[in-house]
Design a protein around this ligand. Structure first.
Ligand SMILES: Cc1cc2nc3c(=O)[nH]c(=O)nc-3n(C[C@H](O)[C@H](O)[C@H](O)COP(=O)(O)O)c2cc1C
Length: 213
């Protein structure tokens, strides 16, 4: 059982990465061969709109024809038994790099037939982990779940199943006193870091375990 966690945060050891590490540990606890990949280590671009993946009888039909740093990861994901994409929320959706990666992951697999069917030959479990500054109530109020559900819908349509988990009110800096932070309730962030974040890590651990079960 091969499990891959993709970190779409530029930070390799902060909120998103920590939750992904927990998901990897959860997957390993069920015996999976689990790996964490940092997207910001990879040199790539989003979909080039070349349409080689849609060209009837073309040699790249259903596959991304672009050959760059992402090719190896895309191939690994198509071979995986389960995977999760983690991203901080940047302006109500995933980071730019995560978006570019998702274009490359989704577009070749989704055919332009009448039902936009998937070329992916198996059904596997996939997921998203989102971390964000906003508290849970604000996440709901600002409609973030609309975007989370859109992303989940594309993943499920292509790979068979998808779920997401969230971590709200994350700690963005080690020392808030050094930054302009008038927008935040720092006491609540501190409390969330101490009490909620460990629970979020457990949730991510369970999520990783469930994706490979
Ligand atoms: C460019 C940028 C845009 C952001 N936009 C949002 C946002 O729209 N909503 C939100 O709740 N948090 C936003 N954040 C905060 C991050 O989502 C949050 O700090 C996240 O947990 C960071 O993840 P990381 O520690 O893995 O980098 C933004 C942060 C940055 C740097």
């Amino acid at each position: 059982m091969k499990f891959i966690a993709v970190n779409g945060s530029p930070r390799k050891n902060w909120n998103t990465a920590m939750l992904l590490e927990s998901a990897v540990e959860g997957a390993r606890s069920k015996g999976a061969d689990a790996e964490l990949v940092h997207l910001y280590d990879i040199d790539f671009k989003g979909c080039h709109s070349c349409f080689a993946c849609k060209l009837n009888a073309g040699k790249s039909y259903g596959k991304c024809a672009v050959n760059d740093g992402l090719t190896e990861l895309l191939n690994k994901l198509y071979e995986a038994d389960a995977f999760v994409i983690g991203s901080p929320v940047y302006y109500a959706d995933v980071t730019g790099e995560t978006r570019s990666f998702m274009e490359r992951l989704f577009y070749p697999s989704m055919l332009y037939d009448k039902s936009y069917s998937s070329i992916f030959p198996r059904k596997i479990k996939t997921g998203f982990i989102y971390t964000m500054n906003q508290k849970e109530e604000a996440m709901v109020q600002r409609g973030y779940e609309y975007f989370f559900n859109m992303n989940k819908g594309y993943m499920a349509r292509i790979f068979g199943a998808s779920e997401y988990i969230t971590a709200c009110n994350t700690y963005q800096f080690n020392d808030y006193s050094k930054y302009e932070t008038g927008a935040f309730d720092i006491e609540s962030k501190k409390e969330s870091r101490e009490k909620q974040f460990p629970l979020d890590r457990q949730k991510a651990f369970d999520f990783g375990a469930s994706l490979v079960s």
